[in-house]
Design a protein. Structure first.
Length: 146
C-alpha cells in the first residue's frame, strides 16, 4: 500500500483490536470491496489467500447483509441523496449493530458524522493512537543497515 499516512492511522485500531480492546465490525460486502478500492488498481488473484486469512481474525466481526440491513440502507439513501449504495450498507451495518464509531477515509462519509442513528453514529478517520514496540523498529530499519 502506497498510502503510509492511512496505514499509520489504521495501525492503532488494529493493535487495539489485536489486544482485545476493540472489535472491528464490518459488512460482508467488505470481503469483495477490498479487491478494487477507489482510485487503486485491482488486487491480484495471488492476494486472495492473504485477504481471506486477514478477515478470519477473531477481532473482526463480519456482519451479513440481509433484507433488514438492505432496507435500512435504502432508507438512509432516501434521507441523504449523496450516499452511495455500498456506503449506505456500511452505515446501516454500523447503526444496526450498535457500533459507536465508524472509521473511514471517505470525505463524503465523514460529513455524515452524527447524522444517523440513535445514539448518533460517529463517523471519523481512525484515531486510536498507536504505540510502537521494538518490532516496529526492526521494520523501519533499512535492510542494509541490519
Amino acid at each position: 500500500m502506497d498510502e503510509p499516512d492511512k496505514v499509520a492511522l489504521c495501525k492503532g485500531t488494529v493493535a487495539a483490536a489485536e489486544n482485545g480492546k476493540v472489535m472491528i465490525v464490518t459488512s460482508a460486502i467488505t470481503l469483495t470491496e477490498v479487491i478494487k478500492l477507489k482510485g487503486r488498481p485491482r488486487l491480484l488473484k495471488a492476494e486472495e489467500d492473504k485477504i481471506a486469512d486477514y478477515f478470519k481474525h477473531s477481532y473482526i466481526s463480519i456482519r451479513n447483509v440481509d433484507r433488514f440491513v438492505a432496507e435500512y440502507a435504502r432508507r438512509l439513501m432516501w434521507r441523504r441523496s449523496g450516499l452511495w449504495p455500498k456506503d449506505s450498507i456500511h452505515v446501516a451495518t454500523a447503526i444496526l449493530n450498535k457500533v459507536a464509531v465508524m472509521h473511514t477515509f471517505d470525505d463524503l462519509l465523514l460529513k455524515l458524522d452524527n447524522k444517523f442513528g440513535s445514539p448518533k453514529l460517529r463517523i471519523r478517520k481512525p484515531d486510536i493512537e498507536y504505540q510502537m514496540d521494538f518490532g516496529d523498529l526492526d521494520e523501519q530499519t533499512p535492510k542494509n543497515k541490519k
